[in-house]
Design a binder for this molecule. Sequence first.
Ligand code: SF4
Ligand code: MG
Length: 330
Amino acid sequence: NNLILDAQALKQHYHVKQGIFKPDAVVKAVDGISFQLEKGKTLAIVGESGCGKSTLGRMLTMIETPTSGRLEHLGEDLLSLSKAAQATLRQKIQIIFQNPYGSLNPRKKIGSILEEPLVINSQLSKAERKAKALSIMAKVGLKTEHYDRYPHMFSGGQRQRIAIARGLMLDPSIIVADEPVSALDVSVQAQVLNLMMDLQTELGLSYVFISHDLSVVEHIADNVMVMYLGKVVEQGSKEDLFNNPKHPYTLALLSSTPQLSPDKRRQRIKLQGELPSPLNPPSGCAFHGRCQYANERCHQEVPELRDDQTGHLIACHAVEEQRIEFSHAV
Ligand code: SF4
Ligand code: MG
């Protein structure tokens, strides 16, 4: 059994005050999401900003507690563990953010930034902590002399390497990376992605890779989950999603990603309008206001996420009713 993370029907619902005369609104930031992550693999979570993907990432790292659902790490239910056991396990699941500069203390040298987690969570001596920091720095392509430098002395790509190094200091098994390369130049993006893939192979890491950018996801993912307003609309292997996409939202995202080769686009769909407010989500299929295939049923009935018999999951009435024509040429 290679399963490292098993999420079942995870929800994160927030109560939002709307003033004294109105009842609280409930924002369903994450609304019943299930997935399985295998050891050494990468699950990408894709969607526009506001779709709930970052909230999901924070729940996986236990920064936020889900409203309901089940989250198992190696068969153990994270949410029913004691606080102490959760704290230990939290070290095994690290998170990396988009803007490493915001999370690196500008007044600390790289060495002490890296060693800080060890001071708190290990019994290592000062010399042992330094040795560990230097060995992790070498793994991410930083030099020994960088140990005594400050964050502002580094480029964006190098800062992301520092953030990755810090994430590795406690020997995690899972890394949740929330838009880790979105703030970087395209040329630097590839370097950081390649580094992450090399580290995955070397250290057997499992990744949850959160991104709005399908061209980045195509590079790194094994499996992909496409989210829209707190729900999964399509989920499958990278091949399912990039070679045989089905959901109109996925088709639209693929059409609007210029880096992807045109011959892979089976349908050209323009994504119309904005993401609706999660405070006032549409009835039925939440995508219906932006979907060229929407009909009356779509306005009324929430489509279920269905398996097409091959493990490829799609939540769409038109797909189920075979109202969308897919070309079969590859
Ligand atoms: Fe479009 Fe209807 Fe499918 Fe939603 S369920 S994506 S509105 S066709
Ligand atoms: Mg986000």
